[in-house]
Design a protein around this ligand. Sequence first.
Ligand code: TRP
Length: 354
Amino acid sequence: MKKIILTGDRPTGRLHIGHYVGSLAERVKLQNSGAFDEMYFMIADAQALTDNADNPEKVRQNIMQVALDYLAVGIDPTKSTIFIQSQIPALTELTVYYMNIVTVSRVQRNPTVKAEIQQKNFESSIPVGFFCYPISQAADITAFHATSVPVGEDQEPMMEQCREIVHKFNEIYGEVLTEPVTYLSTNKARLRLPGLDGKAKMSKSLGNCIYLSDDEETIKQKVMSMYTDPTHLKVSDPGHIEGNTVFTYLDAFVKEDSFEKYLPEYKNLDELKAHYERGGLGDVKIKKFLNCVLQEELQPIRERRQMWEQRLPEVYEILKKGSQVAADKANKTLNEVKAAMRIDYFTNENLLKK
Ligand code: TRP
């Protein structure tokens, strides 16, 4: 069986370092591992529209931004296919057929959908399209016979629901769809990077993000303003690590050689943490260290982004060609699905025959 990756992001804003450590970095590693036969990266504009019906311009404007972020982190268009969801009609058609094998109460139980309904104040009026997006996401994944889906932790309920759809479909119509596994980062801090303000999630609407496109000075300012330990008032006070955003970021970003390069008085993160807990280590020092570590990681990404920003017509062609490749692949799966459901009236048996 072929090993195939599919994953995607909603184009509702530029991507930030939470996306990067939570999933993008992992995707690039998988891409470059050479272990996969096909790789698809989807800009999920149709899904973004499920809760942005009144603001299609926002979605439109962010398609290029997400494409640039993909290229910036190292998704390589000669190895992977980057495409735009809405340009693949087969995805919509598959969604319609899958809708018949999912119940309303099952979607209502999906924890991610539940949380989003609350967040978006949809309780009294849920758009039907929004409600169905887990089903459409199963179409995205199965249309490419994806075997691995690298996503952030918040997407696990979507994956669970997708696997249920695969089982149900195959049980009724025969073995057609491929069951995908989720790829998650093994580093806990990377899985759920908090916002700069210490809030549970880095999110555009909370204004607590570092973007992949932020310049050096902006990153520095953001790091220096980060939430640390509110009880750590004087340098000599003992500090807390738990819930201290700077340390969570260090957990996510520190590399083997980071101390040697930027803070040689300490051997490793454990030593630094121990000193902070004892007292005598100031926030400014750990923030400066974090800034160095982050700048090292983000500089090449920013430079690659700037390079692609100079070549927008080429990016446009990458998306256009990628969408054609993706459409062909998804159409093939749609034909398999329709054949299995015996709704292939004009390509297979004559309808007149009993
Ligand atoms: N739900 C994902 C997000 O919010 C985007 C997405 C859409 C996706 N379709 C997908 C991710 C298929 C993985 C596979 O970021």
